[in-house]
Design a protein around this ligand. Structure first.
Ligand code: AMP
Length: 281
């Protein structure tokens, strides 16, 4: 695996490969890698000649400075996992490489309604930050294919919009959420959970399954009340529990049994904010 820290060196490398007819798959991450990340590498390797992974903890997408400060960094272990998975290039830029003019002159993207609901509402500025970094990374890597996780459901929708409005000509592949044996969605933030918090964290998966099992039997208002109770009973402070249209994320009040819908949850276990989602139909 080649490790590259500068944008121009990366571009030189990728251009050479593309000029030789190679297809490029790209997996952007913030490191602290787990099997969920590696599943994206594996998917990219199956469909491309060359797989590029980036590790960059992007300051502009953290609306909570404490969350940024405490974001886990495990670079040595990450490099080992990426090598083992057969990654070809690791792009490992510094903050000044990605933001040479600081954070004042960053662009603003017209993301529409999607930025005002759920994650957008509870993490103001988060999706602008995500777009700023993913746009820069896509310009640097110029991949044919981009791989992201369904765990960040709304993020995938935002990135699809970014690709459209900026005409980036890359295809987004959304991959299923990898889970721990008991069902907890894998997440870098899980490392921050103590033993008790880790036990409680499973409630999110339980609630999603409860919603899936009961969506045909109970009203949505009742299901949302029950879900919030289940979460608070297990020491969670929910930001939201939503049952929403799978394509727009507009909340659904009455389900007709046909509409594609998804349940989405964001909640704090003490200081650690976890998110997860599940298709309900
Ligand atoms: P992050 O490092 O959290 O920014 O995540 C990098 C990429 O990995 C994003 O596209 C995530 O959606 C994806 N990802 C995170 N957790 C999982 C998971 N449990 N299963 C599959 N993909 C994931």
């Amino acid at each position: 695996m080649t490790i590259i820290k500068g944008i121009s060196a990366l571009q030189e490398n990728v251009n050479f490969l593309k000029n030789n007819g190679k297809t490029i798959g790209f997996v952007p991450t913030m490191g602290a890698l787990h099997d969920g990340h590696i599943s994206l590498i594996t998917a990219s390797k199956a469909e491309n000649d060359i797989t590029v992974c980036s590790i960059f903890v992007n300051p502009t997408q953290f609306n909570d400075p404490k969350d940024f400060e405490k974001y886990p960094i495990t670079i040595e272990a990450d490099i080992e996992k990426l090598e083992l998975a057969g990654t070809n290039i690791l792009f490992l830029p510094s903050v000044t490489e990605m933001y040479p003019d600081g954070f004042d002159k960053v662009p603003h993207y017209d993301l529409g309604v999607i930025e005002t609901i759920l994650e957008g509402k509870f993490r103001p500025g988060h999706f602008q930050g995500v777009c700023q970094i993913v746009h820069k990374l896509l310009k640097a890597v110029q991949p044919h294919n981009l791989y992201m996780g369904q765990k960040d459901y709304q993020q995938c929708m935002v990135i699809n919009r970014l690709i459209q409005i900026e005409n980036l000509g890359v295809k987004l592949h959304t991959r299923p959420t990898l889970r721990e044996k008991d069902g907890l969605a894998m997440s870098s933030r899980n490392m921050r959970l103590n033993e008790e918090e880790r036990k409680n964290a499973l409630t999110i998966y339980r609630v999603l399954n409860y919603l899936k099992d009961h969506i045909e039997k109970e009203s949505i208002a009742y299901l949302l009340d029950r879900s919030n109770l289940m979460l608070t009973d297990n020491n969670f402070r929910p930001d939201y529990v939503s049952i929403a249209d799978a394509e727009t994320l507009v909340p659904v009040e009455n389900w007709d049994g046909h509409q594609k819908i998804v349940a989405l949850i964001a909640a704090y276990q003490n200081e650690v904010r976890l998110i997860d989602n599940m298709a309900l139909d």
